[in-house]
Design a protein around this ligand. Structure first.
Ligand code: G3I
Length: 372
């Protein structure tokens, strides 16, 4: 009797300390044979600091991408200084768990080490200097993980809405040549690695046309391009579903695969990046309307819209190679601090208690039923 009581207590304690994830099948297994299911993970998961998120990753995802640790400012903080520890641990984690590993991102104007485009006097460097720096950076990183990283976001966010090349130090110095330099170096460093162009706002017609042109230019130059990463930072009212699908089809028609590379969906009112966000109480209330929890009425719309997007990915599964969520659980998403700090957001596939959102349960059941 005494023994029984002790084991009951032990079981209760284990139940309290282990993740209480609702019993559902694995999301990645449900889409096996169609596309991989990825998550952006950061060092907290890799270093075992978030065991509940870690359990979700191991159960539901078969692909991971580095949320931050492979970016230039962390990996290559000074010209002759690289920092590999976090990225090494990230790649080890993926291998230990038999996951497809995606590298993000080799060349990006944001989170770029401050030295990268400048000389000692703070002036932009000459094109040949930048070209060599890109070659060195890309070669060093891609070679280090040769045969271990399946594919790289080679350049990130190089085109703005409307289709112009993004105005950045990179483009100021090299025009769009920096794109081709990066692709060439990445392929030379690991000829088997897949190479991707990655951007947000891919529903925009100007961006769509521009990326079609860049894909063609890469091919004309005999350079490898495997896929377009359509980031997929969605909102309740944007993007237009049909325009998003149109871009997916346009890229597929160019003979490349599509990755939904950074999926999340804001449930909160849209704030333009350029908005002057004051913090009057009334303003905060309006922009952060669900500080306790998401009302069912809004959650239902959110779930329906996510299901709509997943249906589109499913319908296009011949062209969609991977669907990656930009994070695991709502409590740990960049969206809680962007475009305004301190909002309570609800953008990911799992909630703050590590429970699957209802649409996840539905799509898993549907995918499994279709297999039987
Ligand atoms: O590591 C420091 C920490 O030491 C410091 O105490 C803390 C204070 O704010 O900042 C920490 O760094 C933050 C970093 O994430 C790691 O958490 C940066 O401030 C923060 O700006 C950075 O945000 C990342 C953002 O890229 C940077 O632009 C997000 O986590 C990451 O999700 C986001 O990811 C990008 C993709 O790479 C490209 N597409 C858009 C996507 C969302 O912005």
């Amino acid at each position: 009797m005494k023994l029984l009581n002790i084991s009951a207590i032990v079981m209760f304690c284990v139940a309290c300390s282990s993740p209480q994830t609702e019993k559902i099948d694995s999301l990645s297994r449900a889409f096996d044979g169609k596309f991989t299911i990825g998550a952006a993970i950061d060092t907290s998961i890799v270093n075992g600091l978030r065991p509940q998120a870690d359990s979700l990753v191991k159960k539901h995802f078969n692909s991971i991408v580095a949320e931050n640790c492979m970016k230039c400012m962390y990996m290559h903080p000074a010209e002759n200084q690289y920092f590999f520890d976090d990225a090494d641990r990230f790649v080890d984690y993926g291998e230990r768990n038999n996951m497809e590993i995606i590298g993000h991102c080799l060349v990006w104007h944001s989170q770029m080490a401050p030295w990268f485009c400048y000389d000692d006097k703070g002036e932009l460097v000459e094109p040949e200097v930048l070209r060599q720096r890109i070659v060195d950076h890309v070669t060093t990183i891609v070679s280090r993980y040769k045969g271990r990283v399946k594919g790289w976001d080679v350049v990130n966010e190089v085109v703005v809405e409307g289709g112009e090349l993004r105005d950045s130090p990179l483009s100021k110095i090299m025009g769009e040549e920096f794109i081709y330099t990066a692709f060439e170096a990445a392929h030379a460093a690991d000829p088997d690695a897949q190479l991707y162009l990655n951007d947000y706002g891919m529903d925009n017609a100007g961006r769509r046309d521009s990326y079609v042109r860049i894909i063609r230019e890469l091919k004309n130059r005999g350079l490898r391009i495997d896929a377009i990463g359509m980031q997929g930072h969605l909102g309740m009212e944007y993007p237009d579903v049909a325009e998003f699908e149109k871009s997916l089809e346009a890229y597929a028609a160019e003979g490349v695969k599509v990755m939904i590379s950074e999926l999340d969906m804001s449930a909160l009112p849209y704030i333009s990046r350029s908005a002057n966000v004051g913090d009057t109480v009334a303003f905060m209330k309006k922009l952060n309307p669900y500080p306790e929890q998401l009302p069912d009425s809004v959650a239902n719309i959110w779930n329906d819209r996510m299901a709509t997007f997943f249906n589109i990915f499913d319908e296009h599964s011949a062209d969609v190679q991977r669907v990656t969520a930009w994070g695991v659980d709502d409590g740990y998403s960049w969206k809680n601090d962007f475009p305004m700090k301190g909002r309570k957001e609800y953008p990911l596939l799992f909630d703050r208690n590590f429970q699957p959102k209802p649409f996840i349960r539905d799509i898993i059941n549907r995918a499994n039923e279709a297999k039987n």
